[in-house]
Design a protein around this ligand. Sequence first.
Ligand code: ADP
Ligand code: MG
Length: 626
Amino acid sequence: MEKDIENINNEIENKPKRRIKKEARNIIIATILLIIGFLNDYQTRYVSYIALVCYAISYALVGLPVIVMAIKNIRRGNVLDEHFLMSIATIGAIILGEYTEAVFVMLFYQVGEFFQNFAVDNSRKSIKALIEYAPEVSNVIRDGEEIVVETDEVEVGEIIRVKVGEKIPLDGIIRKGETSLNMAFLTGESMPVDVKVGDEVYSGSINNSGVIEIEVTKDSWDSTVSQILELIEESTEKKATLESFISRFARVYTPIVVVLALILAFIPPLITGTSFYIWIQRALIFLVVSCPCALVVSVPMSFFSGIGRASKNGILVKGGNYLEVLSKTKTVVFDKTGTLTYGVFKINNEISFSDNEWREIGSSLESYSTHPIAKSITSIYGDKYKDEITNIEEIRGKGLKGEYNGKIVAAGNLKLMRDLGSDIKEIDEIGSHVYIMVDGKVSGVFIISDTIKDDTKEGLARLKKLGVDDIVLLTGDKKDTAEKIASDLGIDRVYSELLPEDKVSYFEDILENSKDRKVAFVGDGINDAPVLRRSDIGIAMGALGSDAAIEASDIVLMNDEITKISEAYEISKLTVRVARQNVIFALGVKIAVLILATFGLAPMWLAIFADVGVTILAVINSLRIL
Ligand code: ADP
Ligand code: MG
């Protein structure tokens, strides 16, 4: 096992590096040989053996991999891709005695690939750095007390506590509590899996409903296996979205080009009686020209530049396609607490119905939750009775309940109290209300309020200026609080008092009424995760947000600022604009040269020059994004 991990880790760390080094070496050697061959050729005015050997070696270095790839793809049933195009074009050139050209074409293709790999590698590195920037922590129980330590420092055999919405940091066995887990990262399915005492759980799973305590069975190094696998999967997925654009394009483009070349090679000589040699040569030039190098390089380049620019600004974009979708977004739906507001509550008032220690008991119960309300209350009243509370269950969108001295304790909103059989009347006071139930009776209420983030108003205004014309608020909070915030911020529509499942159904309504308008959702909590997953673009708060939200999202804002959304939006628009410019420019030049080639007006060198020039310009254009 140990060995496997090392291997996997090495693969991830070194494979791109090794590949890039090897590519660079091949390109340099091939270039030198090409120059030697060309000079030799030029002096002697006929193809010397030395030149031939030089060409052969450099073609083998840069061209063979392409031919191998073409054959591999043919075996996979993918006959007409760009590798195939390059292979027949250059082999044709060799048959015609145009050795320099054949090497040239392959060489430039490899240079393009090299740049692309380099860009991919860099963006992967910056994403990795961002992930490492937020070290993983665990709640470990030492001497009967819960303390937060870096996950690396937890030993096998120790007990860790995982709250609702948190990611399980280490592999282990459940010793206390039961819950359902989201193991989407392992199984790809987000169907929750129920687990109870004695069950084995894996790091990376997300805790959905109950607080659990786990005996750690593997240290962090071992537990990372699953996460490493996740990483591999992620990176292949990412590549797939990029490649899919190119291969979608190639699937249409290549057959057309090949058919046109065949027509060009055989029809005119048959009709006009001119020499086949000339027309076959033109057809081959036509094939070389048509090689979509500039496209293959520049489109992914633009998207990677976009991702890179975003990550420099603290915006983590999980794939190029998300930038494309974001640029088309017209509706942005927001969660309230923790998203538009800081999620740091202060207690404005307390109403007491009992002289028991409801504040401390309620606060101790809240210490099992990661909800912003819970964290705020615990920071004031502490967690003195934490260990006496058992069977804790968090009811999303309502609060949490447990047992204290064998009787029900609960902390949450009116809905929760009603569910637990209380008939208490609603408190009539502005603010959010947290009812505390002890011994099965409501013993007191905290009236709390939250502050809107400093940059929320500006962030929303900027979005409107950029063309988002529909800003919606979906919240679990009370109607009056929600409407006040909406009118303060200029939000177009508000839906309040929603349970998490209501959030999903309201959001689906919005999606349905949007047709081709893309809809983004911005949220922070575990209760937002289902909506984040369903949205066209899910944006999560990276600092305060729960792991569940971050996992379900497509874009993560590392410092939770709302103005970052407009920044991401601008970057996405720029990226798509640049990618589109590149495509139009490359296709334009290509078509022009293709027409010239058809009439025999484009010599091989012009064909290559057109492609290389366009590629370089497209790459420079992409770098503009950075
Ligand atoms: P929001 O949409 O504002 O982020 P949530 O769906 O997270 O809200 O929660 C909705 C409501 O449920 C909250 O306004 C609060 O009244 C109640 N609630 C949820 N979790 C808790 C908790 N741990 N303690 C107290 N109240 C809670
Ligand atoms: Mg929230």
